[in-house]
Design a protein around this ligand. Structure first.
Ligand code: FES
Ligand code: FE
Length: 477
C-alpha cells in the first residue's frame, strides 16, 4: 500500500491554481501534508520519525501555537526567573521588580551565547559569560563592556535587548506564550476547552501552585505521549493492568474486571486540536456514589476533597461541580495532565526524542499535610518512580520507531476507534464520543496538526467559536 503522505507531497509539486495564487504569478512549490484521514481514522506513521517533518514542526507548530511555559507559582517573588522552553528554543521566564511577567529567548544578541544557565533563581540582571553584555529582567541591554572604547559609543544599544515572545498571557496562574504576532488571543486559542480546564485548575479561589519539574529523556516522538494523554483510555486497561492489580492488592481489594464499557464516560474534542476524557453524572447522588476521582483512598484526603466542593460550585456552577469530571487531557500541542495532578510538558528534542517535564499541581491554600499527601500520591503513580509511568514509555518508543521501519511505514496507523459514533452531548461542549474507549481526540489532534502544518500563517488556521456557557464566579475574575 502506498502511504498517503508522500503521495500528497508528489502531487503538490505539480503546482496548480490555488497554490500559485498564494504567491502571485510565480509558481512555487508548497508542500501539503495529507497524513490524517479523519473520517476513517488512518494516520501516516512517518510523521513520528521524519527529520524534515520534525524541522517543519518546530517552525510551524511550536513557532505559532500558544505554549505553556510555566506557572506564576514558579516565579512568586519580584526578580524571580525560571528557565523554560518553547519547542527546542530556550526561554527565560522572568518577573521584574514591579511584578510584571516577561519571556525572552535565552540568547545573547552579541554572538548567541546562552545567557542564563541556572534552572531558576532570583536576579535583576543577567550577564552573558562570553563578553559580558548584561540584560535587565525586563529584557533591556543595560551594560556593554568597552561600549565607548571598542564600539566608539556607536552600538545601537536600545535595539539590542533580549528577543521577546510575541505575546504572553496568563490564565489561572498558568503562563502561555507564542512567537506568532498574528496568533489569536489565548482565550480564543483555548476555546471551549477552557470550560474543561476550569474543572481541573480553576476550582478554588486561592488557585493552585505547581512544583517541579522532574525532567527525563524518552526515545519517542513528542506527539506519541501528547496523543496518549489526549485520548488513549484504551491502553490503560492493558498496559497498566499489572499496576492496577498491584494497587488493588495494596488496598486489600480485588482489581476491577477488564471491561471496555464505562457508563457515563466520554472522550471530547472541543475544537482547536485540544481534547480529553470527561465523565457525566445524571445526579449529585450519582456523582458522590460513582465518581472514581473522588475516591482518594485516604480518609483525611477524602475529607479535604469533599470539603472543597461548595467553593467549586460557587466558582464553576452546578454542572461542572456535580455532573462532570475531567480526565486525561492535552492542550494542543504539548501540554498534558491527568486528574491525579501530574502535569506534563512534552518538549521536542529530535524526531525520536522527547524531554519530559513533569510537574505536580497542588491546591495552593491546602494544609501542608494535605499537600504532602497529594504530592506523594501523585509521585507513586507517575514520574520517574511512578508505578504507572514505566508502562508507557517503551510502547511510545516502539510506536515512534515504526515510522522509520522500511516495511512498517508502508502501513497506516489506526486511530479509528469510535469513528461514526461522535455526538454532541447536552452537558459537554464540543464533539464527544459516548464512551471513553474512543480515539476521537487523537483524530482531532492530528487534524489540527495537519491544518497548522499546511498553513502559511494564522490567517489560514481556523479558530473554533466559543459556544460553552461558563457558569459561576470564576468567569468574572
Ligand atoms: Fe554574549 Fe558576547 S556572546 S557578550
Ligand atoms: Fe499510561
Amino acid at each position: 500500500m502506498l502511504t498517503r503522505l508522500y503521495a500528497a507531497r508528489r502531487a503538490t509539486r505539480e503546482i496548480t491554481n490555488s497554490d500559485t495564487k498564494l504567491r502571485g504569478r510565480y509558481k512555487i512549490t508548497i508542500q501539503t501534508y495529507n497524513a490524517i484521514d479523519f473520517d476513517k481514522g488512518l494516520l501516516d506513521r512517518r510523521i513520528f520519525s521524519d527529520a524534515d517533518i520534525y524541522q517543519e514542526e518546530l517552525e510551524k507548530v511550536f513557532g505559532r501555537a500558544w505554549l505553556f511555559i510555566g506557572h506564576e507559582s514558579l516565579i512568586p517573588n519580584p526578580n524571580d526567573f525560571f528557565l523554560t522552553y518553547m519547542g527546542e528554543d530556550p526561554v527565560i521566564l522572568t518577573r521584574d521588580a514591579k511584578g510584571e511577567v516577561h519571556a525572552f529567548l535565552n540568547m545573547c544578541r552579541h554572538r548567541g551565547n546562552r545567557i542564563v544557565r541556572a534552572d531558576d533563581g532570583n536576579a535583576k540582571n543577567f550577564m552573558c559569560s562570553y563578553h559580558g553584555w548584561t540584560y535587565s529582567n525586563e529584557g533591556k541591554l543595560v551594560s556593554v563592556p568597552g561600549l565607548q572604547e571598542a564600539y566608539y559609543g556607536e552600538l545601537d544599544v536600545d535595539n539590542l535587548g533580549l528577543v521577546s515572545v510575541a505575546h504572553l498571557e496568563t490564565w489561572a496562574g498558568f503562563v502561555f506564550a507564542t512567537w506568532a504576532e498574528d496568533a489569536p488571543t489565548l482565550e480564543e486559542y483555548m476555546g471551549d476547552f477552557r470550560w474543561y480546564m476550569d474543572m481541573m485548575f480553576n476550582r478554588l479561589d486561592a488557585g493552585i501552585e505547581i512544583i517541579g519539574p522532574d525532567k527525563w529523556i524518552i526515545p519517542a516522538n513528542w506527539k506519541n505521549p501528547a496523543d496518549n494523554f489526549i485520548g488513549d483510555s484504551y491502553h490503560a486497561v492493558i498496559s497498566h493492568r499489572s499496576a492496577t492489580i498491584a494497587q488493588a492488592n495494596r488496598r486489600g481489594g480485588k482489581p476491577p474486571a477488564i471491561s471496555f464499557e464505562r457508563p457515563g464516560s466520554n472522550e471530547v474534542a472541543p475544537g482547536n486540536g485540544h481534547g480529553m476524557s470527561a465523565f457525566v453524572f445524571d445526579t449529585k447522588e450519582d456523582f458522590l456514589e460513582r465518581n472514581i476521582f473522588r475516591q482518594q483512598g485516604d480518609p483525611e484526603l477524602q475529607e479535604y476533597v469533599d470539603s472543597r466542593f461548595p467553593e467549586t460550585e460557587r466558582r464553576l456552577g452546578t454542572t461542572r461541580t456535580w455532573h462532570t469530571t475531567p480526565g486525561h487531557a492535552t492542550l494542543f500541542p504539548n501540554f498534558s495532565w491527568l486528574t491525579n495532578r501530574t502535569l506534563r510538558l512534552w518538549l521536542p528534542r529530535g524526531p525520536l526524542q522527547t524531554e519530559v517535564w513533569s510537574f505536580t499541581a497542588l491546591d495552593k491554600d491546602a494544609p501542608e499535610e494535605i499537600k504532602r499527601k497529594m504530592r506523594i500520591q501523585c509521585m507513586q503513580s507517575f514520574g520517574p518512580s511512578g508505578l504507572l509511568e514505566q508502562d508507557d514509555m517503551d510502547n511510545w518508543r516502539n510506536a515512534s520507531d515504526a515510522g522509520r521501519s522500511m516495511q512498517a511505514r508502508k502501513y497506516l496507523q489506526h486511530i479509528s476507534m469510535g469513528v461514526g459514533h461522535d455526538q454532541h452531548h447536552p452537558k459537554l461542549p464540543g464533539l464527544s464520543s459516548p464512551n471513553m474507549f474512543a480515539e476521537l481526540p487523537q483524530r482531532a489532534f492530528y487534524q489540527r496538526w495537519e491544518e497548522i502544518m499546511n498553513a502559511n500563517s494564522w490567517a489560514d488556521i481556523s479558530v473554533a467559536p466559543i459556544t460553552a456557557t461558563f457558569e459561576g464566579t470564576s468567569t468574572e475574575e
